[in-house]
Ligand binder design. Sequence first.
Ligand code: MSP
Length: 637
Amino acid sequence: MKKFYITTAIYYVNDNPHIGSISEAISADVIARYKRLQNFDVFFSTGTDEHSQKIENRASNEGINPKVFVDRESLKWRKIFDKFHITYDRFIRTSDNDHTEVVRDFFSKMYEKGDIYLGKYEGWYCVRDETFLKDSDLVNGKCPYCGGDVQRISEDNYFFRLSKYEEPLLRYYEEHRDFLRPESRYNEVINVIKSGLQDISVSRKSFKFGINVPLDEEHVVYVWFDALLNYITSIGFLRDKEKFGHYWPADLHVIGKDITRFHGIIWPAMLMSYGLLLPIEIFAHGFWNLEGARMSKSTGNVVNPEDFVSRFSEISSIDYDVSIDVLRYYLSREINFGFDGDFKIETFFGRYNSDLANDFGNLINRTISMLHKYRGGIVPETLGKDEEVVDFVESKKNSYFVQMDEYNLSGGLDCAWDIVHYFNNYIQVKEPWKLGENKEKLDEVLYNLIEGIRILALMMNPFMPTTTRRVLEYLHCESSTFDGLKWGVIKSGIGIEKFSPIFPRLDKDKVEGRNLAGLKNGAEQEGQLKAKITYEDFDKIDLRVAKVVKAEKIDQSDKLIKLTLSLEGEERVIIAGIGKQYSPEALIGKKIIIIANLEPRKLMGVESNGMLLAASNEQELSVLTVDKDIQEGSSIH
Ligand code: MSP
């Protein structure tokens, strides 16, 4: 059986999944499912990228161990991938033990070979993108990729002799025109290589949460060097030679355009240095924007896919798993793989109503209701094949394979939709309702329609797995292989039950008036109001005025302050994460507001008995105090 190894990029564990990140996983999942239906032995790998300075910072801000932090955050990704029916074979985490072994082995071998050496790095670093930058890279003093702040660093680093691979890389690119697609990305990378490659830092010294450099444990391996190796760990490099030998090289790395250079230059050079084969192909897809603007957490311009689907399901009364399929469909159809796309609520509803409700949904509804009206729900016998119908379906099926093999997913769906339109038109032309007298003709038309729907459901299965599986189950047909894509598989004589419309048409005015805006707001908007709670819920919170009598920094944390408070004759300790904005001295004597009945919680080993209230946004934090000198212990209503 032919193998197919496909990967996504691994996601920064602390980020929240958004439409862009989930769309990459969906595209890879569609391809993995497509290949499985073609009977390939598929291995699909995805996961989380967990080592970095920013993770260490975030965990310290929360006062927890970085490993505890990444365990929690990684689970969040895994859960959302499960919800979206992403059929990964391994969910790799860079904190996995086998990965640590791989990274250390790789580093050592490259060092022994003379491809890694100790040097000094002087320059800029973007923590958000984990990227080393030169003066000339900066745009207005900011990171050219994310627009965020950069840090000046000067530290001893290990360097990878990337410059040595300039010629071999160029040669490889010239001999493998399809190594990196689309062509625009191929050209971009070729130009970068031609302009000259410099050696790059592959270790950091100023933080701890990462994989230690073998032989020099003061350093941790640079996060990109570490992360890229996930692709070989996932299939058993070092631990399972047979499995690795079977699946490597990867057939397809699906990545976003922003990380093309890491995958198109550093990764192949690392593999060349170690002596492993290069992946067959890297596909760099475009970016999703949101309503015309760049998705950005800092401006709140992001959509949380889970919230979006829940909200859509709620307002449309379509069940959750089918709603997931609707989003999977939209994300696959609306963007040309390789180009940017714009996520718009309008076009989402437009596509739902026109493609799913009117075209595909209606074809199914009309066919099933005619089958019941004229043949009691029993699939009729046909005497012969209608060559015209069969030829049309056959030719579109072939184009579908061509498009899908090129990873042009929207192109694949276009071919399926040509068949949908063909059969909707077929109903108009054949007018089954006028064929009452002509039994054979009516049988043939009904058979062709049912068979057409079956083939369509199979073709769309990688995109909308839940919905199409349900349709195929109604038709008592197989959904696990494309062997059934030939014409004439459905059995005459079987009974097909009536089922309610899978994609009911949504009244746009009703939805728009009440809920359309809410759909976007229901999506993740940072700083957005939370759902309403009852008076009883609010009444459970015991808010009190408390006076700060003592304040001290907690060792090893630049954020946490231990506050000793007086509260109606009682003394209590709380820990507050305000050390970056307040010095301990500035807090002494303040009358602050605390939640007094919160369960105790340990932060950096110290028990906190309550929580202080503070207002914050991205830039500032301000502790809430009282307007008059009111007695401590007073309650707040
Ligand atoms: N951790 C690195 C990848 C290491 S792979 C060895 C990383 N992580 S990421 O979380 O920032 O991005 C993960 C993937 O999501 C990338 O391929 C990235 O291009 C993709 N996307 C992030 N935002 C996106 C959009 N707005 N639209 C489409 N894909 C997007 O980079």
